[in-house]
Design a binder for this molecule. Structure first.
Ligand SMILES: O=C(O)CCC(=O)C(=O)O
Ligand SMILES: [Fe+2]
Length: 222
């Protein structure tokens, strides 16, 4: 997994992580209430417009496999960031071991989620932080086909640099593409050493159609 762009631009695209068939099978899960633990109607909370549903444990196989398989390379990168920032955080090599740390702190509810947007819907810039345990990287996968299933609805990141104006980054995704991005902040090398830039992500307004995305967050929620 080449994560070079993560440090260069604040996000990296993993092209064609899922096949069209895998995307369709995941979208079909939206209709199955048994696989979700909670639905959030975003407008009710000021989060934008659209809905998302948190998966329940046990996660459906494709979601569980993606989470476990993506984690090790991301944990190596997270350990590298922790070292650069001098936080002292060490992320274990296996996701199951990281989840044990979360559970011991009362964060034991599944956080992978599926999002569904219709024309006019959008996702406000936010950070997916649920408790003291924060795994610093997360992944979102576009399940729908741009320009066929929907238009608009771009994945957007903003980067808030200390004492400077914010920068926006749009990550163009095709169906099955994933984007890896920071949950809360990332280290940037400056003239006087490493500093943190604050990151937020969201989705611009859908102009037409329906857009589904799968979010893989590696820490659990209380
Ligand atoms: O719909 C998207 O592409 C972004 C979803 C999101 O906020 C997330 O996966 O945390
Ligand atoms: Fe999010």
């Amino acid at each position: 997994m080449d994560l070079t762009d993560l440090d260069r631009h604040g996000a990296v695209r993993l092209p064609a992580l899922l096949s069209p068939d895998q995307c369709a099978a995941l979208i079909a899960l939206w209709e199955d209430p048994a696989v979700f633990r909670k639905e959030v109607v975003m407008a009710r909370h000021g989060f934008g417009s659209g809905r998302y549903r948190y998966f329940a444990y046990p996660l459906p196989d494709p979601v569980a496999m993606l989470r476990a398989r993506l984690y090790p390379a991301l944990a190596r990168h997270a350990n590298d960031w922790a070292e650069r920032l001098g936080t002292g955080d060490i992320y274990p090599a296996r996701h199951a071991d990281y989840l044990t740390h979360c559970a011991l702190a009362g964060q034991d509810k599944a956080t992978p989620l599926m999002l569904r947007y219709e024309a006019g819907d959008w996702n406000a810039l936010h950070q997916d932080v649920y408790g003291p345990h924060i795994f610093p990287l997360q992944v979102a996968i576009l399940l729908s086909r741009p320009e066929q299933d929907f238009s608009g609805g771009a994945f957007v990141l903003t980067e808030q640099r200390p004492r400077m104006q914010s920068r926006a980054e749009v990550v163009p995704l095709m169906q099955g593409d994933a984007v890896v991005f920071p949950v809360r902040d990332r280290p940037v090398m400056g003239a006087r050493g490493v500093y943190r830039v604050q990151m937020r992500h969201g989705v611009s307004r859908l102009l037409s159609g329906v857009r589904h995305a799968l979010g893989i967050i590696f820490h659990d929620a209380p």
